[in-house]
Design a binder for this molecule. Sequence first.
Ligand code: PMV
Length: 303
Amino acid sequence: MRVIASAPGKLMLFGEHAVVYGFPCIVTAVSSRITVEVEKVDSGFKIEAPQVKDVRFIEESVRFFKEKFDIKTGLNIKTKSEFSSQYGFGSSSAVTAAVLYGLNKLFSLNLTKRELFNFGYEINLRVQKVGSGFDIAAAIFGKTVYFVRAGKIILPLKINELPLVIGYSGIKADTPKIVQALKLKIEKNKRNFFSIFEEIKNIVEEAKVNLIKKNWTKIGQLMTKNHQLLQDLGVSTKKLDQMCQAATEAGAYGAKLSGAGGGDCMIALVDEKIRERVEKAIEKAGGQVIKVLPHALGVRIEK
Ligand code: PMV
């Protein structure tokens, strides 16, 4: 017996880094997905995951699930990814979510998404040690969610449109390393960094309201302001700054880096009429435009 499940990647819209310290963030799921086939076999455990950069997330998900539900059968797991793990779309959390959802169906456990999130978050911490869990929430719940660390709040936002341009900087970011480095800086000057986090928090709260209202001008301004605060945290790079500047100069409502910084992607909010112009400007600044859609569906069974 076998089941095929898939889960989306993610992009952070607002509030990265601050979310690690208990402040809220907003994350959107993207249309690129990872598909996982889980098959019950008599014995053994085989993984075929050519595009997954860290199979520990699969191994740990299976170990966790087998222990928790006293599962004794063997399992084969195969994965297929629509996106490169280079982009920072969260391939590890997407594969974790898809494996858990597949196992849930395969063993008819009827677990809720909330339970699956809790499991996924624990698995993530076991493997990676750091992280707010926002990526697991996006992979499981999908769409666009307002999120507080460890799933203290997971609130899907009622939006139906989000005209984003996504640009890859060409550099793979090492998220745990950047989070760790920032932690050391914060320990030395807590007051200063927490006042930046407070400002980021206010941006997230304003964005939450304005995303629903589709107040693009305001959201764009909030994105650019959030980017400046990320620069103040010291996590942006020259390349990301140039790509964001190019996007706004080409007429985007606003732009910011997305995720840990140090590389990966930036996002720009645009009027559809000037999408192409902004895309060209990002490319001219040395970025690669990635055609994925935000606000995608969460984990699901394919077959
Ligand atoms: O680098 P990404 O896209 O995985 O985003 C990291 C976001 C952080 O807030 C820096 C870390 C986290 O787990 O929330």
